[in-house]
Ligand binder design. Structure first.
Ligand code: ADP
Ligand code: MG
Length: 301
């Protein structure tokens, strides 16, 4: 198959591994920087160009769209979808997963366990908002944050009020969440492909830090999942409409709680911690499932 990988940097571990795995299975691969793409939006003959040249036809597109280029990147991906190219993850699903609040609303509709979460925009509602999520300590999050940036813990009511007020004053979109203290600064990253968790790692935050992101100095080890955790991760990915996802789960006293579902999960940490060939599994999934025009939405919605 002719596979396009949408990535801004061919040297990134995940991009390299996907390319290697695809070539090993006899596929043709081209890495394309979404920001270099421009397109002709036209129903008869939608096309994508790079530096004056129209892209050749592809069978499959693997989106690895960074958070900072979500809007442009998903527009380019949508164009591939309109051209009938099979996307590993659809543009609509990626857009959903990039908004933490929208994701949680979709997940809660399916009865998936979540930390209690509140959302408001008026400073006068802050006291009630804090009570709604069970009072301090609590976590304040930017809706579009990533890699742990924009996630703040407030240990007292005073701190919570001033942090929320400050964010609101900056017109930042935030949500407020109960702090799951029993998880002890750890969470579980479940790498879901189709209807299976193919690899899972526990990430432990550095001492004195509650955010377990590897970018924040967290350390990763192989995790063994309970059946409930496994099915929660798979259901969360399915609810978002993602074929490949990194589902992040907190282990709470009342079972697994989903924090977020990532649409471009990094492969380095999880392959290193688990020894699994995640890139190879992704290519096998594509071989089984890719069909021309077999997107659910073809960029609609
Ligand atoms: P990001 O998208 O920036 O990774 P997350 O929502 O995943 O944001 O939060 C970053 C980290 O902070 C998580 O991996 C987890 O370790 C910690 N964390 C986030 N929310 C909670 C919570 N409600 N309770 C306990 N820890 C949390
Ligand atoms: Mg996260």
């Amino acid at each position: 198959m002719r596979i396009a990988i949408l990535s801004r940097n061919a040297d990134l571990y995940s991009t390299r591994r996907l390319k290697e795995a695809a070539i090993e299975c006899g596929h043709e691969v081209r890495i394309i920087d979404v920001l270099k793409c421009y397109m002709n939006i036209n129903i008869q003959n939608p096309s994508i160009h790079v530096k004056g040249v129209e892209l050749p036809p592809f069978d499959v597109v693997i989106p690895r769209i960074g958070a900072s280029v979500t809007t442009y990147g998903t527009a380019v991906l949508r164009q591939f979808e309109m051209m009938g190219v099979y996307p590993l993850n659809e543009s609509v699903a990626i857009t959903r997963s990039r908004d933490k609040l929208r994701s949680l609303q979709l997940l809660s509709r399916k009865g998936i366990g979540l930390p209690v979460t509140g959302y408001a925009n008026k400073p006068s509602d802050i006291p009630d908002l804090i009570d709604m999520v069970g009072g301090p300590p609590l976590v304040v999050k930017l809706l579009e944050g990533t890699q742990g940036i924009g996630v703040v813990m407030a240990e007292t009511r005073k701190a919570a009020e001033s942090v929320i007020e400050a964010f609101m004053g900056l017109k930042a979109d935030i949500m407020v969440q109960e702090y799951i203290s029993e998880s002890g600064g750890a969470d579980i990253r479940c790498l879901v492909i189709g209807d299976k968790v193919v690899a899972a790692m526990q990430r432990q935050a550095q001492p004195g830090e509650f955010r377990s992101n590897l970018h924040r100095g967290g350390t990763a080890t192989l995790a063994r999942l309970s059946p409930a955790e496994r099915s929660t991760a798979v259901r969360a990915a399915k609810t978002m409409g993602l074929n490949v996802a990194g589902g992040d789960i907190l282990r709470s006293n009342h079972g697994p709680l989903v924090m977020e579902v990532n649409s471009s999960p990094g492969l380095e940490g999880i392959e290193t911690a688990t020894g699994k060939d995640v890139a190879g599994n992704i290519i096998q999934f594509i071989e089984k499932n890719a069909r021309q025009s077999r997107t659910k939405t073809r960029g609609q919605g």
